[in-house]
Design a protein. Structure first.
Lengths: 556, 296
């Protein structure tokens, strides 16, 4: 259910900005875990605070921040289970991990609040011993090979291989020179050459120094046959290679034993890196979007200057203004009225966005967000572009409602109902909505928000009724007059001005503010919006007539 | 052409070809030797040797069928499994994400001369990742990639890469080889389209196939595809297409030339049959067939 709330709140569009750099940080980001343990969330928020202070302290030393990112990004996954024998690649990964761990720890060493998360390697500890072992090889702190220094046999075997290679190479040079001198053909380092048939045949008859095979009817492939000295060297090489293999296996087994002992410490180091990486990503995100720490001890749900970032971004792209949300809710059930385009769905999205983000252990894009931790954060409604086989929109809503009602868990739920039952008849829809609102108003522990434009929802004690301020009709009227004046025909002609301009006009005249609702106002902004979009004036006037007369036929 | 160190040094070169056993690996070995000598002479790092895709060729390796081995020297970089790199005493520099059927892949520096088998990753993105790691971190600027069979798509994923096209020709395949050379010659010469904004051309987001051609509006006189790797028309279909419409690419891919190994016919016969001076200038013949020197 969190997943649907996550989608509804468009959190994925924002989550792309959250960028841990280590493999484990990336895993966590990918998992999109919503936490339900208050102290764990608070501790993660403390970590972000600590890294924010660190970033501030390092402001004069930007290269230090780059270094931190560099080392985190280079950390490889390491095997975290004990094995009898690790692969050479795994030993390399241990080494590279520790080199970059040291890089992070070293950069942080002067910053006690964070450096205590990543203690330096102690030489005498199992992981320190592993580092010592692995540092005996490699041309830089991150690379690894099984160096001669690990085993005396390796020195002998590799010297033998080198001597054999030298002998084989010398024989090859001699043979190439002979080929050039005797036949004018240059191998020049090639494994074989293609030579004219007559020449190749002569070479084949020259005492077995070359091997030849037909290439086509005029040419042969010629290879240099190894001399006796070269064959002896090859045999030596094969023997030394066997010695080398055996010695390498011994080295791998020995280092593996050291690595196995270090696994508990390595696990702790990975956890420390993950903690720092997660907090760094959270702090970078917080700075990028001017975010603040959520308050998780609030009885009321309070938002001040809360920005639904994907919506704000979209408004910016469309050249529309975006109004951050500032409001407060205290009841267990809140009904929010508003016309189409009035912003009530955005209010729901903003609430869910802030709540989910806070429960990932991150700051939120708001001046203030007061809330508490909920065991579940759920959305009940249709998602954009969603079609479920065999279920109508209403069926899908009910399916989700049933799931939400039956998924009780200690800790309560924050629920957002967007236009519940909007696809069914208004009379029954209002009745159903009233019943659901009533159920949540009396079920303490949850907090449920209902966005609707059904004005006939029952007024139930304990429920908070709110409405969007909606259209500033005076401003809209002025704007409408302006647009009508530009139109060539009757006011409200559908073709001019264009729809985009009219929508922008509505946006400019809409007040995205949450107000108390006393139930007195019968008309939402639907008719005004219809007029503003260009519906014929007489139709709008007749609609207003029927609205006030309760549907009774009459002539003005 | 394609026979000097400078032809490969400082470049990312994909060695591609139309089929198995057309001589790609053998040519790469020669190119590597030339690049290695150039590197030694100029004090630069040795070449990096990679293979892209292992479908047919690695199975040959697994089944024991003959596959040209790759000689490496100390200082060369290779992309393969640690086990297959072991003969060259590899110093592990990085490990590629994920696994292949033959094990995990690593970028390693050879610490002694030996012969190794290269193993490539499954996808183009991993080849791009490895090349970026090698070039961007200054490990070397000379990279040779043994291309997969019948695929040059991987070239498009590396912005600075170019490809060479290796083919083996005999009398029976002469006509097909000539058609292939002309087709590649035509594709590598496709003009680059100007900006999409305000363009009158038809911009095709898919590949150009017989199906997409059938769906093109009759009014589309100019058709733009991403790059030459998105053209999946056969020789005759392509010729028919360019007779009717102009074909352009959004991005060109550098071409290093053809390497043609003739068997049963002389190089001059091939050039004469091609009868195209522009294309003939792009051809290098069998690099394993040295000219005879005067014997004293």
């Amino acid at each position: 259910m969190n997943g649907e709330a996550w989608k509804f709140a468009q959190l994925d569009e924002f989550w792309d900005h959250y960028q841990p750099l280590s493999p484990w940080g990336k895993d966590e980001a990918q998992a999109r875990a919503v936490l339900v343990d208050g102290p764990v969330i608070e501790s993660r928020l403390d970590d972000i605070d600590a890294v924010l202070s660190l970033i501030e302290a390092l402001a004069a030393e930007p290269s230090a921040l780059d270094r931190l990112s560099y080392h985190l990004r280079r950390m490889p996954r390491v095997p975290l289970e004990r094995k009898d024998a690790y692969e050479v690649l795994e030993l390399f990964q241990f080494k590279k991990f520790m080199a970059n761990y040291r890089g992070v720890a070293l950069t942080l060493r002067a910053h006690a609040a964070v450096s205590c998360w990543l203690p330096p390697l102690v030489e005498s500890s199992p992981v320190g011993l592993l580092a010592l072992e692995l540092d005996r090889s490699g041309s830089d702190p991150e690379t690894f090979y099984i160096a001669d220094t690990y085993d005396a046999t390796l020195v002998v075997a590799r010297a033998g291989i080198a001597a054999a290679d030298q002998a084989i190479g010398a024989e090859r040079v001699k043979a190439e020179a002979a080929t050039r001198l005797e036949f004018g053909l240059s191998f020049d380092g090639r494994e074989f050459i293609v030579a004219p048939r007559d020449v190749a045949r002569t070479m084949a008859e020259a005492g077995g120094r070359w091997t030849v095979e037909p290439y086509d009817d005029t040419r042969y492939i010629v290879r240099i046959a190894p001399s006796v000295a070269a064959m002896d060297a090859m045999a030596d090489r094969a023997r030394f290679l066997e010695d080398e293999r055996a010695a390498e296996a011994r080295v791998v087994a020995r280092i593996s034993a050291v690595a196995g002992n270090a696994i508990p410490e390595l696990l702790a180091m990975v956890a420390a890196v993950t903690r720092f990486d997660r907090a760094r990503a959270g702090a970078v995100l917080a700075r990028q979007f001017g975010m603040s720490r959520p308050r998780l001890d609030s009885r009321v749900t309070k938002l001040v200057g809360a920005r639904l970032v994907p919506c704000a971004d979209e408004c910016e792209r469309l050249g529309l203004s975006y109004t951050p949300l500032s409001t407060e809710f205290g009841a267990d059930a809140i009904v929010l009225f508003g016309s189409n385009m009035g912003g009530k769905t955005v209010v729901l999205k903003t609430l869910i966005f802030m709540q989910l983000l806070a429960q990932t252990g991150n700051f939120v894009p708001a001046t203030h967000f007061g809330t508490r931790v909920y065991a579940r954060v759920e959305y009940v409604g249709e998602l954009a572009g969603e079609r479920l086989t065999g279920l109508s929109g209403f069926g899908l809503e009910l399916w989700r409602l049933i799931a939400a009602r039956t998924a009780g868990a200690p800790g309560g739920a924050l629920l957002a109902f967007d236009e519940l039952a909007r696809t069914t008849g208004s009379h029954e829809a209002e009745a159903l909505l009233s019943a659901v609102v009533e159920a949540y108003a009396t079920a303490h522990g949850d907090r449920a928000f209902f966005a609707t434009h059904f004005r006939g929802v029952a007024r139930i004690p304990g429920v908070e009724y709110r409405r969007m301020r909606g259209l500033d009709r005076a401003a809209a009227g002025t704007h409408l007059g302006l647009l009508s004046g530009e139109a060539s025909g009757a006011a409200g002609h559908r073709d001019t001005p264009p729809l985009a301009e009219r929508l922008a006009g509505i946006n400019r005249s809409m007040c995205y503010e949450v107000l108390p609702d006393d139930g007195a106002d019968t008309e939402s902004d639907a008719l005004a919006i219809a007029e503003f979009l260009g519906l014929e004036k007489n139709l709008v006037e007749r609609a207003r007539y029927y609205l006030t007369k309760g549907g009774t036929y009459g002539v003005v | 052409m394609l026979d000097r160190a400078e032809d490969f040094m400082g470049k990312v070169t994909f060695v591609t070809g139309p089929e198995k056993h057309c001589g790609k690996t053998t040519f790469m070995n020669r190119a590597a030797e030339l690049a290695r000598r150039g590197a030694r002479a100029s004090g630069r790092p040795g070449p990096a040797l990679l293979t892209a895709g292992y479908d047919g060729e690695s199975r040959d390796f697994l089944s024991g069928a003959r596959k040209p081995a790759v000689p490496v020297c100390a200082g060369d970089l290779v992309l393969t499994t640690e086990r297959f790199a072991r003969p060259c005493l590899p110093e592990i520099i990085d490990v590629l994400p994920g696994h292949t059927a033959l094990g995990r892949l690593c970028i390693a520096r050879a610490r002694r001369a030996s012969v190794v088998a290269l193993v490539g990753p499954d996808g183009n993105s991993q080849i791009a990742w490895a090349i970026d790691r090698i070039v961007a971190e200054g490990l070397t600027d000379t990279v040779l990639v043994d291309g997969a069979i019948n695929r040059i798509t991987q070239v498009a994923t590396i912005g600075s890469a170019r490809f060479v096209y290796v083919l083996r020709v005999d009398r029976g395949t002469l006509g097909q080889a000539l058609a292939r050379v002309r087709r590649i010659g035509m594709l590598t010469a496709l003009p680059v389209a100007a900006a999409r904004e305000g363009s009158q051309a038809y911009w095709l987001d898919d590949a150009l196939t017989a199906e997409t051609v059938a769906r093109l509006p009759a009014t589309a006189r100019q058709v733009v595809v991403d790059d030459l790797t998105k053209v999946f028309l056969g020789d005759s279909e392509l010729l028919a297409f360019v007779r009717e419409r102009a074909l352009l690419v959004r991005r060109s891919i550098s071409f290093g030339g053809f390497v043609v190994s003739c068997r049963g016919l002389a190089d001059q016969e091939f050039a004469a049959a091609l009868d195209d001076e522009r294309l003939a200038e792009m051809i290098a013949f069998n690099p394993y067939e040295p000219a005879m020197e005067m014997v004293a």
